[in-house]
Design a protein around this ligand. Sequence first.
Ligand code: SF4
Ligand code: SF4
Length: 176
Amino acid sequence: MSKVKKKVKVIKIDLDKCNGCRACELICSAYHATPKYSSNNPARARIRLIREPLQDVYLPVYAGEYTAAECMGRDKYVIDGKEYDECAFCRASCPSRDAFKEPDSGLPLKCDMCEDEEEPLCVKWCINDALTYEEREEEVEEEAMLEEMETGLKSLIDKYGLENLVDTIARMSQKN
Ligand code: SF4
Ligand code: SF4
């Protein structure tokens, strides 16, 4: 199997610089409103601030993949004497909590790195430089890339159904 290049996008979080201002939540929810920038409800953001000012805890967490099954166990973290909620670091939209769910429809939300924007907007709007964007290229086995594609397709099928997906692909290829 040959190697192919894959672009990896990373947002680095520096917790020491975050002051919990929540500008990242605001801009993310505004960018993803329909139409764009028509509203700013942080419940629609793909980034969520865990704020516990009395403990001096400000922790941005990005929305990751949806999972249909909730965890059987939980982890508890104590860092520098501060105790974090059992699900604090989890990025998944899952059945056991409301985080990362579209408030009206309940559909899972996932960070898309602001699609076609040059730089993710949460990074741009973080005046404290707590968020830094990095891009790098990695060489991966073509097989691994195909597996990733299969996983993506499977989640689309789970979400929209095979027939809808096939119809959409047929429509797209007619346009080309
Ligand atoms: S914009 Fe930056 S400083 Fe403000 S809450 Fe988000 S990550 Fe923290
Ligand atoms: S990268 Fe874009 S989509 Fe992801 S959390 Fe930041 S603003 Fe939201």
